[in-house]
Design a protein around this ligand. Structure first.
Ligand SMILES: NC(=O)c1ccc[n+]([C@@H]2O[C@H](COP(=O)([O-])OP(=O)(O)OC[C@H]3O[C@@H](n4cnc5c(N)ncnc54)[C@H](O)[C@@H]3O)[C@@H](O)[C@H]2O)c1
Length: 584
């Protein structure tokens, strides 16, 4: 039973469906349809969150949870009958107003039927699909690849074929039923926890073996027939939001390549997660469903459509960048803003942080806030972390980028110099990872941490001992943290740029020289970096890509890549180069 839900029973075609409602019935109705082998409780995390804004309706699909099963089972689970059930439910809960449909797994497969048949036209305002393709689209997808097989298409067919092993298994008689009543049923919570990373493996129904045995008929009654003879006119009559988890063990993302052909108003979203996203990513799903439903309800001619590179991945996500007032940090804030993320621009310089936030909004961030904080100040960072958690939420992406330059030989570098550079470049990153990383880990819904290190992290230099040491520490910290957080779906990347044309050269300190000489050296390095002219925007692009691909160590600029290779294969040559004074 879902907490706080009002339950009713809806009769249709000789069976009784168990329907639950949450939230204010005067608000737009969102209908959540569960998959296999789940019951409506799979949605409990998402439903509770959505109910703050919407009238949320869930039902146990026939033969599942507390809905009754058709008799006989064979032929009782056809898509036509499932459409009858859906219509009976919405007649009962939202007779005069079209509903927003959301489906996961088989709930999505059947919802595709609902949204592409004529008899539901005008009854569905929008559809959010996750991890469940339209069988007709799938049929055409296979057909096309068989008819015009290129090596790539054959690869796609084989890829999806390998992921579909369980579909073949479910078509065998009796075996699936026996497996679910026996070992599979018993081990299912553990499989969900260990393999699918569902927290606590909490399988929310007590009727699993029976549900799973009934649900096998979903496959047997529909899959083979539809894949062989897909309907030619399976076009969606409502806007569709497609959410694709990129690590889905059962479905290839390539399945949706041709979807624009069937869906005139399509919004794509991707997220790095496994199959059971209603349980593992409820915050993200709630945010995307809410935004999509609102855009349709507001009568916008096009529902929310992320534009810009990586917008499918970062749209609506919460991203915090430190050192966002200038150079790489500012470019990174803009890059995430362009992808539709909500941006928190942190800098010790209030004015430049405010400017970055303001420009981020103009570029495409739905929301952007400036925060003035010195990242080396532990208490200030703690305050910031509390404020972010209460006012904006848990971060999806953290970019620890703030840093300062310091040149000068080891003996010229005073303990104060060391302290300053380590306080900002290393401790700033430690505070960020510790405070925001913990919030991410405790939320248990994934995330990503990017630390800006430098090529100096692996390239020794006699002119930059303190700076290089701080960056080497950031690199190792990132590697250690990556290992620790991997099991929680949180990625960690270290970005290692070479010479990038930013303000760092004119603010970098030089130890062991007087103010006049320091100015002269700043000017000289600024000129050299200017001549090199590698733009911070390219580093920002590498940062976004590192998050998307979950890369561990990312050298940026050709010289950084070269030095990285040398550090691995010819370290002696790199040591020899270190004796020549580098420009900073
Ligand atoms: N520019 C390069 O060639 C280069 C190369 C490798 C690595 N990096 C690293 O990239 C990062 C960004 O550098 P950049 O080149 O964009 O420099 P930048 O000077 O243009 O920008 C750094 C920003 O960080 C802010 N900042 C400095 N100390 C801070 C603190 N204690 N708290 C909060 N904000 C602070 C500054 O106000 C500034 O806005 C740094 O970590 C730097 O070490 C730069």
């Amino acid at each position: 039973m879902l907490k706080g839900a009002r339950e009713r029973r809806v009769r249709t075609g000789g069976i009784e469906l168990c329907v639950a409602e949450l939230g204010d019935a005067g608000q737009p109705t969102v209908v959540l349809v569960h998959g296999y082998p789940d019951s409506k409780e799979v949605w409990s995390e998402v439903a509770g969150r959505l109910a703050e804004h919407f009238h949320v309706v869930l039902y146990d699909v026939r033969g599942h949870g507390r809905s009754t099963a058709p008799k006989p089972l064979r032929g009782g689970f056809t898509l036509e009958k499932l459409t009858d059930d859906f219509l009976a439910v919405i007649d009962a809960v939202s007779p005069g107003r079209p509903v927003h449909l959301v489906g996961h797994d088989w709930g999505s497969v059947q919802s595709w039927e609902f949204v592409t048949v004529a008899r539901t036209e005008g009854r569905i305002a929008s559809f959010t699909s996750m991890s469940g393709p339209c069988l007709d689209h799938f049929g055409h997808w296979i057909d096309q690849r068989l008819r015009k097989p290129t090596p790539r298409r054959v690869g796609q067919l084989l890829g999806q074929g390998a992921k579909s092993w369980y579909v073949y298994a479910l078509h065998t008689p009796v075996l699936p039923e026996l497996a679910w009543r026996g070992p599979l049923g018993k081990r299912w919570p553990r499989i969900l926890e260990r393999v699918e990373k569902v927290p606590g493996g909490d399988y929310p129904t007590s009727s699993l073996p029976q549900d799973a045995a009934h649900g096998a008929w979903l496959y047997r009654d529909n899959v083979r027939a539809r894949l062989r003879h897909p309907r030619p006119d399976a076009h969606a009559h409502a806007p569709v939001q497609l959410i694709t988890p990129l690590d889905d063990a059962f479905l290839s993302e390539r399945l949706y390549d041709d979807l624009d052909r069937w869906v005139p108003r399509l919004t794509r979203r991707t997220l790095p997660a496994k199959h059971w996203i209603p349980r593992t990513r409820p915050d993200q799903l709630t945010a995307w469903i809410t935004e999509f439903v609102r855009s349709v309800e507001d009568g916008r001619p096009e529902p929310v459509k992320p534009t810009g590179k990586y917008a499918d991945r970062f749209g609506g996500q919460l991203v915090l960048v430190t050192g966002a007032g200038s150079g790489i940090g500012r470019a990174t804030a803009f890059a995430f803003a362009e992808a539709g993320a909500r941006v928190i621009a942190v800098d010790r310089d209030a004015e430049s942080a405010a400017r970055t936030a303001e420009l981020s909004r103009l570029i495409g961030a739905p929301e952007a806030w400036p925060e003035t904080v010195d990242v080396s100040d532990e208490q200030a960072m703690e305050k910031l972390a509390d404020k972010v958690a209460t006012q904006y939420g848990v971060l999806d992406v953290l970019v620890n980028n703030a840093g300062i330059g310091l040149g000068g030989s080891f003996f010229d570098t005073t303990p104060e110099d060391w302290k300053k550079v380590l306080d900002v470049n290393l401790w700033g990153v430690i505070h960020g990872c510790r405070l925001f990383g913990r919030q991410m880990a405790e939320r248990g819904q994934g995330g990503h941490i990017v630390n800006t290190a430098s090529a100096a992290a692996y390239q020794p230099s006699k002119a930059l001992p303190a700076y290089s040491t701080s960056k080497a520490a950031v690199l190792m910290l990132s590697e250690c943290l990556r290992a620790e957080l991997a099991g929680r779906g949180i990625g960690v990347s270290a970005i290692c740029p070479g010479f990038v044309n930013t303000n760092i050269t004119s603010t970098a300190r030089f130890a062991g020289v007087d103010a006049e000489e320091e100015k002269r050296r700043q000017k000289r390095t600024a000129r050299l970096y200017g001549l090199r002219n590698y733009p911070p925007e390219k580093v920002a692009d590498a940062i976004r890509r590192a998050v998307v691909r979950n890369q561990a160590v990312v050298p940026v600029t050709p010289e950084a890549r070269g030095a990285h290779l040398m550090s691995r294969f010819t370290p002696r040559a790199l040591r020899a180069i270190a004796r020549l004074e580098p420009p900073l």
